[in-house]
Design a protein around this ligand. Structure first.
Ligand code: NAP
Ligand code: MG
Length: 484
C-alpha cells in the first residue's frame, strides 16, 4: 500500500509584502511617471502587489543615476572595496534566504523546494564567487601581450542595461549584476513583468548593504520598458536573457552603436541515453532535465534521444516515474512541479502540444489532479516524434518532453545537432570514451555527462547559434563586462 503525503506548506508569513512598489533608482524607491500593473501568484491568481510600469523618462532617470554612480564612486573605487559590498550582499542573501525563497515561489509559481534548495543558494554563491574576483581582475583578463609587453589593465565598460526573463528571476539577476559590479560597472536592471517582486526585494538588500546609491537601479515594466532601456544612448553595455525572437530585435537595436552586447537565448537540448547507461539514474536525470522548474528552463532537456534497443525499457520506467511527480501548491514542500508562470505561457504550451498531436505524435500525460485556480499543465511526454515536428524543433518552455530514437552514436549526434539552438546537451552512458567523443561532436555550450542541470558559479554557461553569444559564469563571465 502506498502512503499518501500529509500537506507540508511553507508559511508565507515570513514575507512582508507592500501593496504597491515603485522603482529603485539612485538608492531609493521612487514613484514611476507612468501607470502600474499587478503581479499575481500564478498558483492562485491572487494579486500580490501593484508594481510601477517604468516609462522612457524613468529609464532615463535610472541610467543617469547609474552614470553618476559610475563616475563618482564605483569605477574609481579599488576592487578590494567593491568586493566588500558584494560579500555583504551575498551574506544578506543567505541571511534572508527564507524570505527570498518564499517570495520567489509565490510570484513565479516554482516549488519552494527548488527556490529554497537551488535558486537562492546559487544566487548567494554567484555573489560570493564574483566578490572574489573584484580585486583580481588582472588575473582574469591578463594584460600581458604575447610579446611580453603590457597592455592596458582591464577596465569596466560603464553603465550596463540588463534585461532578464521570469523563469529564474533572482538567479538571472545574480548572473547579471554580480559580474558587472565586480568589474566596476553600474547597472540598470529590468526584471520580467510577471516576476518583479524579488528584484525589488534585492533593491532593499542593496540598501541594507549600504551599496552606494545608483550602483544598482531596478526599473519594472514590460517589453516597452526593456526596449527603452536597451535603446538609451548613454548605455555602454546591453546584457539580455530571454527569447531568441526578442534577442534578435535587441541585436538589431544595438547594431551600429558602440554598445557591447551579450545574449543568452533559447534552447532545445538533447538528452541522449545510450543502451549501456544506468537506466534508473538516466530516467531520474531525464525527469530532472525537463520537469525541473515546470520545464521553464532554457537549457531543459526537452528532446530525449533514446537508443532504440532500450526504448521500451526507458519509456516504461519514465512513465512510472512521471506518475509519482506531485503537481500542485508551490509552497508545499512535497511539490515537485508547480504552476505555469502566466496564462500566456500556458496558452503557448497548450498550442504547441495540440500541434504535436495534430502532426501525429503520441501524447501521454501523467494522471494528476490539477488545482481549479491558477495555471497548470500536467507533465507530458510525446513519442513517435519526428525531427520535422514542431514539438521537436521549437522551444515549448513547459513540462513537455519529445522522445526520438537513434541506433548509432553518429546518428545521435546528427539528430542532437539538428536544431537552430545550441545551449546544452546531456549524455548518459557507461563509457568515458563515448562521453568525450560526444562532447566534442555536440554543438552545445554545456554538455552534462550522467547528470543534468548542474550549475556552479565557476563554470561558464552560454550558447551556440540561435542560443546567443557570450558566456555567463566563471572567469569567462567577467569578459562581458571588461574593456581590454
Ligand atoms: P522574452 O519575451 O524574450 O523576455 C525577456 C525579457 O525581455 C523580459 O524582461 C521582457 O519583458 C523583455 N522584453 C520583451 N521585449 C523586449 C524588447 N523589445 N526589448 C527589450 N526587452 C524586451 O522571454 P521570456 O518569454 O520572458 O523568457 C523565456 C525565454 O528566455 C526562453 O526562450 C528561454 O530559453 C530564455 N532563457 C534563456 C536563458 C539563457 O541563459 N540562455 C535563461 C533563461 C531563459 P516582459 O516579459 O516583462 O514583457
Ligand atoms: Mg507573478
Amino acid at each position: 500500500m502506498a502512503f499518501d503525503y500529509a500537506p507540508a506548506p511553507e508559511s508565507r508569513a515570513v514575507v512582508d509584502l507592500a501593496s504597491s512598489y515603485g522603482l529603485f533608482i539612485g538608492g531609493e524607491f521612487v514613484d514611476g511617471s507612468g501607470s502600474s500593473f499587478k503581479s499575481i501568484s500564478p498558483a492562485t491568481e491572487e494579486v500580490l502587489a501593484e508594481v510601477a510600469e517604468a516609462t522612457e523618462a524613468d529609464a532615463d532617470k535610472a541610467v543617469a543615476a547609474a552614470r553618476r554612480a559610475y563616475a563618482r564612486t564605483w569605477s574609481t573605487m579599488p576592487g578590494s572595496e567593491r568586493a566588500k559590498y558584494l560579500y555583504r550582499i551575498a551574506r544578506i542573501i543567505q541571511e534572508r534566504s527564507r524570505e527570498l525563497a518564499v517570495l520567489e515561489s509565490l510570484d513565479n509559481g516554482k516549488p519552494i523546494r527548488e527556490a529554497r534548495d537551488v535558486d537562492v543558494p546559487l544566487v548567494a554563491a554567484y555573489f560570493f564567487y564574483y566578490a572574489g574576483w573584484a580585486d583580481k581582475l588582472e588575473y582574469a583578463a591578463p594584460s600581458w601581450q604575447p610579446d611580453g609587453s603590457r597592455g592596458s589593465a582591464p577596465a569596466p565598460l560603464g553603465v550596463a542595461a540588463q534585461v532578464i526573463p521570469w523563469n529564474f528571476p533572482l538567479l538571472m539577476l545574480a548572473w547579471k549584476v554580480a559580474p558587472a559590479l565586480a568589474c566596476g560597472n553600474t547597472v540598470v536592471l529590468k526584471p520580467a513583468e510577471t516576476t518583479a517582486l524579488t528584484a525589488l526585494f534585492f533593491g532593499e538588500i542593496c540598501q541594507q548593504a549600504d551599496l552606494p546609491p545608483g550602483v544598482v537601479n531596478i526599473i519594472t515594466g514590460a517589453g516597452e520598458t526593456g526596449r527603452a532601456l536597451v535603446a538609451h544612448p548613454d548605455v555602454d553595455k546591453v546584457a539580455f536573457t530571454g527569447s531568441t525572437e526578442v534577442g534578435k530585435e535587441i541585436a538589431r537595436a544595438v547594431a551600429g552603436t558602440k554598445k557591447s552586447l551579450t545574449l543568452e537565448l533559447g534552447g532545445k537540448a538533447a538528452n541522449i541515453v545510450f543502451d549501456d547507461a544506468p537506466i534508473d539514474q538516466a530516467v531520474e536525470g531525464v525527469v530532472n532535465g525537463i520537469f525541473f522548474n515546470q520545464g521553464h528552463v532554457c537549457c531543459a532537456g526537452s528532446r530525449l534521444l533514446v537508443q532504440e534497443s532500450v526504448f521500451d525499457d526507458v519509456m516504461t520506467r519514465l512513465k512510472r516515474r512521471m506518475k509519482t511527480l506531485r503537481v500542485g501548491d508551490p509552497l508545499d514542500k512535497n511539490t515537485d512541479v508547480g504552476a505555469i508562470n502566466s496564462p500566456q505561457q500556458l496558452a503557448k504550451i497548450q498550442e504547441l502540444t495540440a500541434v504535436g498531436e495534430a502532426e501525429g505524435a503520441q501524447r501521454w500525460s501523467a494522471p494528476c489532479d490539477l488545482p481549479d485556480r491558477g495555471y497548470w499543465f500536467a507533465p507530458t511526454v510525446f513519442t513517435e516524434v519526428s525531427q520535422a515536428h514542431r514539438i521537436a524543433r521549437e522551444e515549448i518552455f513547459g513540462p513537455v518532453l519529445s522522445v526520438l530514437t537513434f541506433r548509432t552514436p553518429a546518428e545521435a549526434v546528427e539528430k542532437a545537432n539538428n536544431t537552430p539552438f545550441g545551449l546544452s546537451a546531456g549524455v548518459w552512458t557507461d563509457k568515458g570514451s563515448l562521453i568525450l567523443w560526444m562532447a566534442n561532436q555536440l554543438r552545445a555550450g554545456v554538455v552534462w555527462a550522467n547528470t543534468f542541470n548542474q550549475f556552479d558559479p565557476t563554470s561558464p554557461f552560454g550558447g551556440y547559434k540561435e542560443s546567443g553569444y557570450g558566456r555567463e559564469g566563471g572567469r569567462h563571465g567577467l569578459e562581458a563586462y571588461l574593456a581590454h
